[in-house]
Design a protein around this ligand. Structure first.
Ligand SMILES: [Zn+2]
Length: 249
């Protein structure tokens, strides 16, 4: 058994939310019961995830995408009311960590996604140092990197192949980090791997020669919350499981 405030402190110490400028509040977003026994982690606090976690007996949820974001008007209506209502009715806590969970050097989304691509970062780049970059481990083709990502994620990436150069330096940033492409190019990357793609990146890949892979926002961010939650659960000797709610985007 763990106390809610102990788990809260543990997460804050591990993820250092005070070091980031973020789009929403990091940490405890919805407060539930004080004594914790079972953590369920997931990518997004969607209604489907909340319901599945409660059905699995969770008293604590740890996710990457929480409920509250800058730009919302603050009303608990519609879909947001439904999600919050489930949590409050079940007296379940929701912890959400966004950028701090992307950035953590060992358990974060970028580090964990890198592991699955057989990549380790030796430097960081981009805004708030969220981008990871490292050696490809020999000269890799863009097609081989795409195949590696497909095997790891069970999802075919969209590949903008660049100029076909051998890849020696590979940069990556999970989720909707297509805006980091230019910073990746400036950091010396031969390829940039992220979750999403937008229209401008097709032109930039052609004109800079740097390959771009969009592997899915959800798919690239499946691993950080689970890794962090597993650490916390082990620390307190409580249960943890990850629940996947498929998302094609
Ligand atoms: Zn994300």
């Amino acid at each position: 058994m763990a106390e809610l405030n102990e788990v809260d402190t543990c997460l804050r110490t591990l993820l250092r939310p005070e070091a980031f400028r973020d789009y929403g509040p990091n940490g405890l977003q919805v407060e539930g019961r004080r004594e914790l026994r079972r953590i369920v982690s997931g990518v997004t606090a969607s209604l489907a995830f909340i319901e599945a976690a409660i059905a699995a007996g969770a008293d604590t949820l740890i996710v990457h995408h929480g409920l509250f974001w800058r730009g919302q008007d603050g009303r608990l209506t519609g879909w947001l009311k439904e999600r919050v209502k489930r949590l409050l009715a079940a007296d379940v806590s929701l912890f959400a960590y966004h950028l701090p969970l992307d950035a953590h050097a060992e358990f974060g989304n970028n580090a964990q996604f890198g592991l699955r691509l057989q990549l380790a970062a030796d430097a960081r780049f981009g805004e708030q140092d969220l981008g990871f970059i490292g050696d490809a481990g020999g000269a890799v083709t863009a097609a081989a990197l795409a195949a590696r990502a497909e095997l790891a994620l069970a999802r075919r990436p969209l590949l903008l192949p660049g100029d076909g150069r051998p890849l020696r330096r590979i940069a990556w940033c999970t989720g909707g980090a297509q805006g980091y492409f230019e910073a990746a190019v400036a950091a010396g990357a031969d390829a940039f791997v992220t979750g999403e793609v937008s229209e401008p990146q097709a032109h930039l890949a052609r004109e800079t020669g740097v390959a771009f892979l969009a592997c899915g926002h959800h798919a690239t961010e499946r691993y950080g919350a689970a890794a962090v939650a597993a650490q916390v659960a082990a620390r307190f000797g409580i249960e943890h499981r990850f629940i996947e709610i498929d998302n094609p985007a």
